[in-house]
Design a protein around this ligand. Structure first.
Ligand SMILES: [Zn+2]
Length: 277
């Protein structure tokens, strides 16, 4: 699933290509997307058609396509598990699983392709009032300082791994970068979040470092992810624990372990990340 660095990489690739271009049409495949729901095609057309794209930006794992005009209207996109965004000539063949297409002036198309259809595309008549965005916590890359993270950890009885995945507490992390950050900070994933408070500065440094590294290497491609130009990311080779169960820890040589909590796999070093209760 694309996390903050993958979404950021896509946004950085799209922005210079689509900024200033007018949206002329919106097409939908008719297939339901996230939660088996239809998309709001009328709503999308109402906010987007005949408007120019003012900016593309990221909020947590969401992509916001802001349009010109009064207010703060735009389109909200979540990539789900396998969503991709590409800008391609309208005359070119559409890839299988193309579900939403924005026709742009000049003839190109911004295409949303999603094989598993866990992603979604929705209109925001006011982006500030879109519920999913309003519920997001501060951005994992830029929204915290150590004191703010310490405050957010205070009193939280959930395991730190669950805390890091909770988008309402900290936005942008998923399984891969949460596992990598906990390894870097030397924190066992099952440690209660409130117990991590004294290490908030270390944890924040670890989170920001793994995210910045992921962006610098244009994202992690394990299977599906590609950037806005269709290229795979290079970060998979830089992962230290994620997906490496049984391999030696790069710090101490102990075998990396995998544990599954609530259906989510976590990878950690049992020696470098000791559980403190
Ligand atoms: Zn180790």
């Amino acid at each position: 699933m694309p996390e903050l660095p993958e979404v950021e990489t896509i946004v950085r690739g799209l922005e210079p290509i689509v900024r200033g271009r007018r949206i002329e049409s919106v097409w939908w495949s008719g297939r339901p997307l996230h939660l088996a729901r239809p998309i709001d095609l009328r709503g999308l057309r109402a906010v987007a058609v005949s408007r120019a794209i003012a900016r593309v930006r990221r909020l947590g794992k969401y992509i916001l396509v802001e349009v010109d005009g009064p207010g703060d209207a735009g389109v909200v996109i979540h990539l789900g598990m396998t969503g991709r965004l590409r800008v391609q000539p309208g005359a070119s063949l559409r890839a299988p699983h193309t579900h939403v297409v924005f026709g742009l002036d000049g003839g190109d198309e911004l295409r949303f392709v999603d094989a598993r259809r866990f992603g979604w595309v929705a209109p925001g008549r006011s982006l500030a009032k879109v519920e999913a965005l309003a519920d997001l916590g501060p951005d994992a890359l830029s929204g915290f300082d150590a004191a703010a993270l310490a405050a957010a950890l205070t009193g939280v009885r959930a395991p730190i791994k669950a805390f890091l995945l909770d988008q309402s507490r900290i936005a942008g992390l998923g399984n891969i970068y949460a596992s990598e950050a906990l390894f870097r900070a030397g924190i066992h994933p099952a440690t209660l979040a409130r117990r991590v408070r004294p290490q908030a500065a270390d944890l924040l440094e670890a989170v920001q470092t793994v995210l910045a590294g992921g962006i610098a290497r244009r994202g992690t491609t394990l299977r599906d992810y590609v950037d806005a130009a269709g290229r795979r990311g290079d970060n998979a080779a830089a992962l230290r624990v994620y997906g490496r169960a049984g391999q030696p820890c790069p710090s101490c040589g102990a075998a990396i372990r995998k544990r599954v909590d609530a259906g989510r796999a976590t990878f950690f070093c049992p020696s470098c990340q000791r559980l403190r209760r």
